[in-house]
Design a protein around this ligand. Structure first.
Ligand SMILES: Cc1ncc(COP(=O)(O)O)c(C=O)c1O
Length: 451
């Protein structure tokens, strides 16, 4: 097609000005395809985006699993604006500012009992690195320095830094990056379509998969293992809901062997499962929680590690003038992020959003499970306000069918997300029934057109 008359390109050229689109190397994006047919967002409010042509697009993924309270919430916007005017930056090392302490208190109050120490970072990936380092250092400061091994899970996603991709289990995120961190191993993933396809909520089969940790203990010896990290609901790999009893069993095995359990709640944190954290929904308390995304409603980058008291206390030794944990980021507890976080938590509380998934879950589950029987739909998985719809891959072309559905939905005014051949839905928690209908109807029509 002649570039000069391609409407998408013309629109992009207008929107990006005379400088064009060459310089920006986009993350996790098919850059060449994108730049031939750009999808440019301009504005957002509530459940919707508007693209640069002014077209309204329903947000089926809360931006990127993060805008839990919906877009452009006035309280959050104002808080960021006011904070920027009052104090733009405050160094977090050997200095503090009141909102950092207030936000930590409020996050701790939402966390499971006993998880009351909050370390701020700027992203989910940084939260993961921080938690992994904290785990290894925790054992060392207690005199248990041989516990250095980290255990992840196949198909896990823990961000993109070296620790995160090492414990992570998504091959595309690992294979290009060399030997990764040493001393890492993985337990088996929990995806078992033969027994669990089309489960509503937690699948019935697979608690015993947690016993795979015993295999690694037998192989490496517990005295070498610092921590196990898992997502309570694996998101980025395509929404894998933990089998009934699985997380409980994992907790028991960790306790038995003195291994720390880290829940990566970057997606499940802040209401996605009907409680502030997945830990509460599943009734399993880990030693650390990593979170980000919904902490500030996506408005300013921020993440956090929430640790149990005893983890923190183990570091509080030695002369008091010395730094206890040699770790932190220039932008830890950034004033704008703290202001956004406080306003976000106030918005969640005011609107009851951290438990809203409970009342919407049934309607949402009915809607997504109505896709069973549509062409090429081989599984539907759901929990809280998250769902995965898995399609049979096109022969020899993995991920292509689902990506086609993504593009089709976009053309029909709905933004979804796909990973491999799974469609992931994780709408803002303010979603109403008519939005659920629109979302699922658009996906259904796109799946049919892709058949
Ligand atoms: C479970 C989990 N951990 C970590 C991350 C990484 O977060 P970020 O992209 O903010 O670094 C993500 C992002 O989707 C995630 O889902």
């Amino acid at each position: 097609m002649n570039k000069a008359i391609d409407p998408a390109l013309m629109q992009a050229a207008e929107a990006t000005g005379s400088l064009g689109m060459d310089a920006y190397w986009m993350p996790f994006t098919a850059n060449r395809a994108f730049k031939k047919a750009p999808r440019l967002l301009q504005r957002a409010e509530g459940m919707h985006y508007w693209d640069t042509s002014g077209r309204q697009v329903l947000d089926g993924v809360a931006g990127l699993w993060c805008v839990n309270a919906g877009h452009a919430r006035t309280r959050i916007t104002r808080a960021i604006q006011e904070q920027a005017a009052e104090m733009d930056f405050a160094p977090p090392f050997q200095m503090g500012h009141p909102k950092a302490f207030e936000l930590a208190e409020r996050v701790a109050a939402l966390a499971p009992a006993g998880m009351n120490k909050v370390f701020f970072v700027n992203s989910g990936s940084e939260a993961v690195e921080t938690a992994l380092k904290m785990a290894i250092a925790y054992h060392r400061v207690r005199g248990d320095a041989s516990r250095t091994r980290l255990i992840g899970r196949e198909r896990g996603y823990h961000g993109v830094n070296f620790g995160g991709i090492s414990v992570g289990g998504m091959v595309a995120n690992r294979k290009h990056f060399g030997t990764l961190l040493g001393g890492v191993d993985h337990i088996r993933h929990t995806h078992d379509p033969a027994r669990n396809a089309f489960s509503r909520g937690q699948p019935a089969h697979g608690a015993e998969l947690a016993d795979d940790l015993e295999r690694l203990v037998a192989l490496h010896d517990a005295s070498t293992i610092a921590a196990v990290i898992v997502e309570p609901v694996a998101g980025s790999t395509g929404v894998l809901v933990p089998p009934q009893g699985y997380l409980q069993r994992l907790r028991e095995i960790c306790d038995k062997h003195g291994i720390l359990l880290i829940f990566d709640e970057v997606i499940t944190g802040f209401g996605r499962t009907g409680n502030p954290f997945g830990a509460q929904t599943f009734g399993v308390t880990p030693d650390m929680i990593t979170c980000a995304k919904g902490l500030t409603n996506g408005a300013v980058p921020m993440g956090a590690v929430i640790a149990r008291q005893h983890i923190h206390d183990a570091f509080m030794n030695g002369p008091e003038h010395l730094i206890e944990f040699f770790h932190g980021y220039t932008y830890s507890a950034h004033p704008l992020a703290c202001a956004a976080g406080l306003a976000t938590l106030a918005t969640y509380a005011e609107d009851g959003l951290l438990t809203r998934a409970r009342s919407m879950e049934g309607y949402f589950a009915d809607a997504v499970h109505s896709l069973k029987g549509e062409p090429n739909v081989i599984d539907v998985r759901n929990f809280g306000l998250v769902a995965g719809i898995e399609l049979a891959p096109l022969p020899g072309e993995p991920a292509r069918r689902a990506f086609g559905v993504f593009l089709d939905c976009w053309q029909h005014g709905t933004m979804i997300r796909t990973t491999g051949d799974t469609i992931a839905l994780s709408p803002p928690l303010i979603i109403e029934r008519h939005h659920v209908d629109q979302l699922v109807d658009t996906v259904r029509a796109a799946i049919r057109r892709a058949a």
